[in-house]
Design a binder for this molecule. Sequence first.
Ligand code: MG
Length: 217
Amino acid sequence: MDKILIDKNFSSWIFDLDDTLYPHEENIFIQVKQKITEFISKNFNLNLRDADIERKRLYNSYGTSLRGLMTERNVNPRHFLEFVHDIDLTVVKENPKLNQVLKNIRGHKIIFTNGSFKHAEKVLERLGIKGNFSNIHSIETSNYIPKPSVEAYYSLIRKENIISKKSIMFEDTAWNLKTAKDLGMTTVLISPKNHLLENNKSDYIDYNITDLVKFLK
Ligand SMILES: [Mg+2]
C-alpha cells in the first residue's frame, strides 16, 4: 500500500521526467535506449549486440551513456541528444488528473532530468502539465553532468535556490535518490505498477509508490 501521509509544505517539488511523470509501461524510455545503442553502433562500428553491451557499461560507470561517451570518446553532446531523443511520443497522452494534482501543490515545481531540454518540453506539452513547472533543469543546464553525481544536484540547488531540507524529489531510478537523501531531501521512488520491489525499501527512500496521482492527491 502506498503511504499517503505527506507534508504538503515543501518549498520545492523536484520531479524526474522519464518513467516518473508518465508510466514506465508506456515504453518511451525503451525507445531512447534503442536509439543510444544505434548511435554507439553507427559511430563506433559495433554490431547492435556489442553496442548495447557498451551502452550498459557506460551507463553503469558514468550514470548516463552520454557522460561515458563524452569522457571516453569525445562525443559532441548536442549531436548525441538530437539523435537519441528523436523518438515517437504519440503514446504519451494528456493527463488532466496529474495536471490537477500538480496545480494544487503550492510549492515551486521543477523538472530535474538527465535528458535534453527539448525532450522534456515535448513530453510535458504532450502530458498537458508544462505550465506547472517553473523550470526544466535538463542535462544541458547541469553542464552534461548527470544525476546521481552530486555536482548535478549542486547545480540544481544553486540555480533554483533550493533548500534541500524543505524539498521532496520524485524518481523512478532508485540510485538517483541516494544523493538527494544525502543532501537532506525527502525522497519518493516510483515503481512500475505491480512491481513494488521490497528491496527498493532502502534507507534513502522515504516513500515507495506506484501511482503518482494518488500519492499527490
Ligand atoms: Mg526516469
